[in-house]
Design a protein around this ligand. Sequence first.
Ligand SMILES: Nc1ncnc2c1ncn2[C@@H]1O[C@H](COP(=O)(O)OP(=O)(O)OP(=O)(O)O)[C@@H](O)[C@H]1O
Ligand SMILES: [Mg+2]
Length: 383
Amino acid sequence: MASNNLIIGLEIGTSKICVVVGESRPDGTVKILGVGQTPSRGVRKGEIVDFETAMKCVHEAVVDAEQKSDVMIRSVYVAVAGSHLQSFNNRGCVILPEDRDEIDEGDAEDVKINAREVSIPAQNAFLHSIIQHYHVDGQDGVLNPVGMLGQKLEADFHIIHGVRTRIQNTIRCVKELPLDVEDVVFGGLASAQVVLTQHQKDLGALVIDIGGGTIDYILYADGAVKQSGCVAIGGDHITNDISMGLRIPMARAEKLKVEEGSCILGNSLPGEMILLKDDSGFAGKEIERETLNTIIHLRLRETFELLKRRLDEEPFINYLGAGILRNFRNARARSPRTNHLRRDVRGGKPTVLNFNRFDQVRASCANGSAAWPRNRPNLWKAF
Ligand SMILES: Nc1ncnc2c1ncn2[C@@H]1O[C@H](COP(=O)(O)OP(=O)(O)OP(=O)(O)O)[C@@H](O)[C@H]1O
Ligand SMILES: [Mg+2]
């Protein structure tokens, strides 16, 4: 099937590589035609560490997506992650020439460039400048200044940057296949595109995507992105803790976590045991359920505390009218009672919402990449 309206999102994750084939509809929605997925190899903490192996995996996921959607994939929108990504908020300003008082597209572009005139580490490159609000001659909350009369245009941006070569490596991995890269997008931003409504963004919301090796987060307040980042901790750390703490192989620990684990303490009967059957090379073992849950609880607690410290660097966490959305798989915390875990950490009472819609496909990030606007200028086309 060939269509000009195809949009393909790709996430090269630490645990899985996911390709979502979408078709954009005239009403602005994207219909998902198919999802291709393969277990990931050659990726650590969201970044490529073995180029050839990662490339093969991406190829497999692309072929899988092609078969499932009956579409030939030629170009993709790629989600990027990694703890090298950093962000800040900054205001740009342009003064219109005296012989002109109508703001045009060029001024809107100039104010964006001006907001980027901040020194970032030499090895870094800008990934996104996300508009928060425009101000025209001191008038706040302007959504689109183009066509308005004014002398001074100011604009606040949320700016994301990261190590250029690490972003380029992801792009090269796709280009070698060969596939065109339409654009790159921070994974957390892509996820938020599909899990948050505009109303939630307006009310204020925090999206936390706990992956295998990384946690992407993005905070909206007053309709705009205010904070974002990526922490190099994920579900694999929980698995590792279980493996070390209970002295069982990693594969066993992973299965145990997914099938039996919980982050809630005090929910099991005293002395309740889980039997791990013997297997080739593994003698079998009995594990106390509360011990397993304690390991998961402690790691998650530490992780959320770290995240909170990051978020507390700015005041926006106090303005989350729509609550916090996190993918619950890793927390294995489907019960609303688990709110106490995060409430302990935050000290507040936000509503916790579930990403039900995308939990099954484990693909909110790739989905979001497929929903990424097509008409924005591609900064990364050059690579
Ligand atoms: N049912 C489950 N319960 C608990 N954890 C789960 C469950 N299913 C998957 N996980 C965990 O989720 C993690 C994988 O999540 P995901 O597929 O989102 O990661 P990824 O996108 O490949 O990685 P990253 O975004 O960090 O690069 C693994 O640590 C896995 O153990
Ligand atoms: Mg991910």
